[in-house]
Design a protein around this ligand. Structure first.
Ligand SMILES: Cc1ncc(COP(=O)(O)O)c(C=O)c1O
Length: 440
C-alpha cells in the first residue's frame, strides 16, 4: 500500500469515473475511501486506514466481506463453467439454487426467474403482472400501487414505482403513473382505510401492489406495522390484484426472520431478491406462485417475453447457493436474534438526545433522524439532500467507520455476522459521531 498508488487511483477516478448518487462538484473536493481490501466487517483503504462497514456495502454483505466459503464456491464453479446462456440451457447451480430457494420461500412461491440485479427483479415482476393479466383476458389491469416513499430501483419501470420525490423528479416525463398509498407510517387505522379506499376504487385497472415489507430503506429506513401487510394480502386476494414483496433489502435476515414478510406470516404472489442473495456477484431473482406461472402456459406466444444476457449466471448462482448453506451452517438468523437487541439499545439511547428524532430499529437495522427541534440543522433540507447526515459521515470516518447517510437520516446496517466486539465499536462510533455532529 503506497501513497503514490492511492494518488494515482484517485487521479484516474476524478478524470474519468461517473459515480452513482454522487454530486460531481462535491466529489472533486472529497477525499474518497479508496478500498484496497475488504475483510469481514472491515474496509481497508490504500493508505492502511481501516473502516467498519456500517452499511454492509449498500446492504449486500450480510455475511461480511471475503467469506472464504464464497470465494471457494466461486473458484470451484469458475473452473467448470463461468458463463453460459440461459435459454434452452440449464445447469446445476441455477437449477439447484431454485430448488433450495423454493424450500425456504414463503409457502406457495414455487417458480424462480433469474435476473442480474434488484431493479431487474422488480422489472420482471412488473412484466409478469401485466402479461399475466393480458393472458387472462384483462389487459386493462396494467397500473400499479406502491407505498409513498417506496424505492424499488432505478431502471425506468422500477423508478416508476418509486415514491421518493427527489429520485423521480428528473425523470418525471418518462415514468409511468403509479398510485401511492400514502403515507404508510401514520396511525394504523388511517393507513389501512386509505389503502383500502385506493385499492377498491382502482382494482379494475390495477395489476399489482408493490411493497418493501416492514422496512422502506432508501426513503430513510421507515418502518410500518405488519398489519399493513396482512391487510394488503387479504385485500389483494379479494380484489384480484397481485401482491409483490420487494425483499431486495429486507430479505436474508436483515429485519430478523429470513423474509420480512414473515413478520406478517404472508405469502406474496411475487417476491423480488437481490443484494444479499449473491453478495459477491450481480444477481437477482423473482419468485412466483404456480398459479401465476400457469397463466404463461398454453402456446408459444404466451411465454414471458423477458430476459437478460447474464440471467442465471453460473458463478452468481453457485455463490448464491453457498450463501444459503452458510446461513444454515453459521446460524445467521440466530446471530441476528442475539445481536439485534444491542442495536435497538443504542438507537433508543440516541433517541433521548436533544436534536435526534424518530429512533427506530428492526433486526440489524437501526436509524434516527437529525431533525429534532434542538438540532443545529433546523431549517436545512430534511430529505435526501439534507446535510446533517453527512456531518455524521465525516465524524464517523475520523473514528474509523463508514456510515453513509440518507440525507438527515443516519443508520447502521452492518453485516449480520459482525463479531460482538466490532458491533460494540461500530455502535460507539455511531453514537459519538451523532453527538459530535450535533455539537458542530
Ligand atoms: C428495496 C429495494 N429494491 C430494489 C433495489 C434495487 O436494487 P439494485 O440496486 O440491485 O438494482 C434496491 C436498492 O437499493 C432496494 O433497496
Amino acid at each position: 500500500m503506497s501513497h503514490e498508488r492511492r494518488e494515482r487511483i484517485v487521479r484516474a477516478d476524478r478524470a474519468h469515473v461517473w459515480h452513482p448518487y454522487t454530486a460531481a462538484d462535491l466529489w472533486e473536493n472529497e477525499d474518497p475511501i479508496v478500498v484496497a481490501e475488504a475483510h469481514g466487517a472491515w474496509l481497508v483503504d490504500e493508505d492502511g486506514t481501516r473502516y467498519l462497514d456500517g452499511n454492509a456495502s449498500w446492504w449486500t454483505k450480510t455475511l461480511g466481506h471475503g467469506h472464504p466459503r464464497l470465494h471457494a464456491a466461486l473458484a470451484a464453479q469458475a473452473a467448470r463453467a463461468d458463463h453460459v446462456a440461459f435459454a434452452g440451457i440449464t445447469h446445476e447451480p441455477a437449477a439447484r439454487l431454485a430448488e433450495e430457494l423454493v424450500a425456504i420461500a414463503p409457502p406457495g412461491l414455487t417458480r424462480v426467474f433469474y435476473t442480474d440485479n434488484g431493479a431487474g427483479a422488480i422489472e420482471v415482476a412488473v412484466k409478469i403482472a401485466v402479461q399475466s393479466f393480458v393472458q387472462r383476458g384483462r389487459p386493462e389491469k396494467c397500473r400499479f400501487v406502491a407505498l409513498a416513499g417506496a424505492y424499488h430501483g432505478d431502471t425506468v419501470g422500477a423508478a416508476s414505482l418509486g415514491g421518493v420525490e427527489i429520485f423521480r423528479r428528473p425523470f418525471a416525463g418518462i415514468l409511468f403513473d403509479c398510485l401511492y398509498a400514502s403515507p404508510s407510517d401514520g396511525p394504523l387505522q388511517e393507513v389501512l382505510a386509505r389503502v383500502t379506499a385506493l385499492l377498491r376504487e382502482n382494482a379494475d385497472t390495477v395489476a399489482a401492489v408493490f411493497v418493501e415489507p416492514m422496512l422502506q430503506g432508501a426513503e430513510g429506513m421507515r418502518l410500518h406495522d405488519p398489519a399493513l401487510l396482512r391487510h394488503l394480502r387479504a385485500l389483494c386476494t379479494e380484489l384480484d390484484v397481485l401482491l409483490v414483496c420487494d425483499e431486495v433489502f429486507t430479505g436474508y435476515g436483515r429485519t430478523g426472520p429470513f423474509w420480512a414478510s414473515a413478520h406478517a406470516g404472508i405469502t406474496p404472489d411475487l417476491m423480488c431478491l437481490g443484494k444479499a442473495f449473491s453478495q459477491v456477484l450481480p444477481m437477482g431473482a423473482t419468485l412466483a406462485t404456480e398459479a401465476l406461472y400457469d397463466t404463461f402456459r398454453g402456446s408459444k406466444d404466451r411465454a414471458l417475453l423477458y430476459g437478460h444476457t447474464f440471467a442465471g449466471n453460473p458463478l452468481g448462482a453457485a455463490v448464491a447457493r453457498e450463501v444459503l448453506a452458510i446461513y444454515r451452517d453459521e446460524d445467521v438468523l440466530g446471530q441476528v436474534a442475539a445481536k439485534s437487541p444491542r442495536v435497538a439499545r443504542t438507537i433508543a439511547e440516541l433517541g433521548a438526545i436533544d436534536g435526534v428524532a424518530s429512533p427506530r430499529a428492526l433486526g440489524m437495522m437501526g436509524a434516527v433522524d437529525l431533525v429534532g427541534s434542538a438540532s443545529p440543522f433546523e431549517g436545512e433540507a430534511a430529505d435526501y439532500l439534507g446535510a446533517a447526515g453527512w456531518r455524521v459521515y465525516r465524524e464517523a470516518r475520523r473514528r474509523g467507520a463508514y456510515l453513509r447517510p440518507l440525507g438527515n437520516t443516519v443508520y447502521v446496517c452492518p453485516p449480520l455476522t459482525i463479531p460482538d466486539a466490532e458491533l460494540e465499536t461500530l455502535l460507539d462510533v455511531f453514537t459519538e459521531s451523532v453527538r459530535a455532529a450535533l455539537r458542530a
